[in-house]
Design a protein around this ligand. Sequence first.
Ligand SMILES: C=CC1=C(C)c2cc3[nH]c(cc4nc(cc5[nH]c(cc1n2)c(C)c5CCC(=O)O)C(CCC(=O)O)=C4C)c(C)c3C=C
Ligand SMILES: [Fe+2]
Ligand SMILES: [Fe+2]
Length: 367
Amino acid sequence: MPSYLPEPPFTHGRSIARVGLLLVNLGTPDAPDTPALRRYLAEFLGDPRVVEIPRFFWWLILHGVILRTRPAQSAKKYAAIWQSEGSPLRFHTAAQAAGLSARLEAAFPDNPPLVRYVMRYGQPSLGQGVTELKNAGCDRILLLPLYPQYAASTTASSQDALFSALARWRHAPAVRTVHHYHDDPGYISALKGRVEGFWATQGRPDVLVMSFHGVPQFTLHKGDPYYCECLKTGRLLAQALGLEPHQYRISFQSLFGRTEWVKPYTAPLVEQLARTGVRHVQVLCPGFPADCLETLEEIGMEVKATFLNHGGEVYHYIPALNDDPTWLDSLTRIALDNLGGWLPAPLPTAEEQAAQKNRALEQGAPQ
Ligand SMILES: C=CC1=C(C)c2cc3[nH]c(cc4nc(cc5[nH]c(cc1n2)c(C)c5CCC(=O)O)C(CCC(=O)O)=C4C)c(C)c3C=C
Ligand SMILES: [Fe+2]
Ligand SMILES: [Fe+2]
């Protein structure tokens, strides 16, 4: 018999009518040390959406080999990027949630959607976020994954976690999920602004590399759209920046295990660029809206060393969107597009109010 979490008795006309917004990111360890990494990797790599190997066989490899060696190696990498505020992935995600919340409060001052950020693996957990929203009276929840490109290993996994969290409640809220926004004009234009802002201080590179997290190649052949969505993001961004084909590359990083992953791989690509005389490379990671281990350590340190050790001269990692205001405006709009019918019309923003006033003045309205 299922045992549900406690709730007050149902009463007619109880006006709980709040929308909750769960901003979900991948997750991160609680500390850059071996025990914390072991806990985090056990949860992450134990998810059948992440490693698609028959369970018993994978359990033996994971617990017999990987969790005995990888946690210590990964802890060293995390230590290199850890800040006084903690894991970059977590504090950037928290800042994004705060920015989203402030924008929604300004647009819906009477009953703003309640925003919580959660992690698919680690803390704050998705179950904890759902409980907080539920206890605050949210009867409708929007899941907004911080993955612009859909992948079964990320987006679908966070949906799975949401539905298992809801299975603990008798009176489960209504839910909606954001599927992807890889080609959203606001997302592309925020990336464009990020790159052009970087060029304004550091100059333009010979080649801009757009590096996305990889996935095993077989997932593409089994119907996962992730690879194609990454290529589309890259193409749209290159068009927005006015880049010629020889001025950019799209590649995939963060390989794991022995199977073939989607190609080209970032590190060998950057090495080949250096060997063939490219002197100045900049790398952007459009699939990571928040800086994390994979951007700061792998791209910012490891791939940089590869480029410089093979004859490259100038290498820059362009920081992720993080709490860039243009990005947070776009993220808010993506949320609102997916909340259609759940909220009243938003109040106009200060810019919209000013534009309305100017239009009225142009049309001869008294000042
Ligand atoms: C951006 C989307 C991501 C996809 C797709 C993805 C797939 C994927 N990842 C692994 C294995 C690992 N990934 C690790 C870190 C990591 N992965 C993502 C994002 C995606 N992963 C992020 C944002 C991070 C960084 C988290 C942080 O704390 O900063 C790690 C852990 C680090 C390490 O030990 O190397 C592993 C392992 C697989 C197997 C996979 C898809 C099949
Ligand atoms: Fe990953
Ligand atoms: Fe990595």
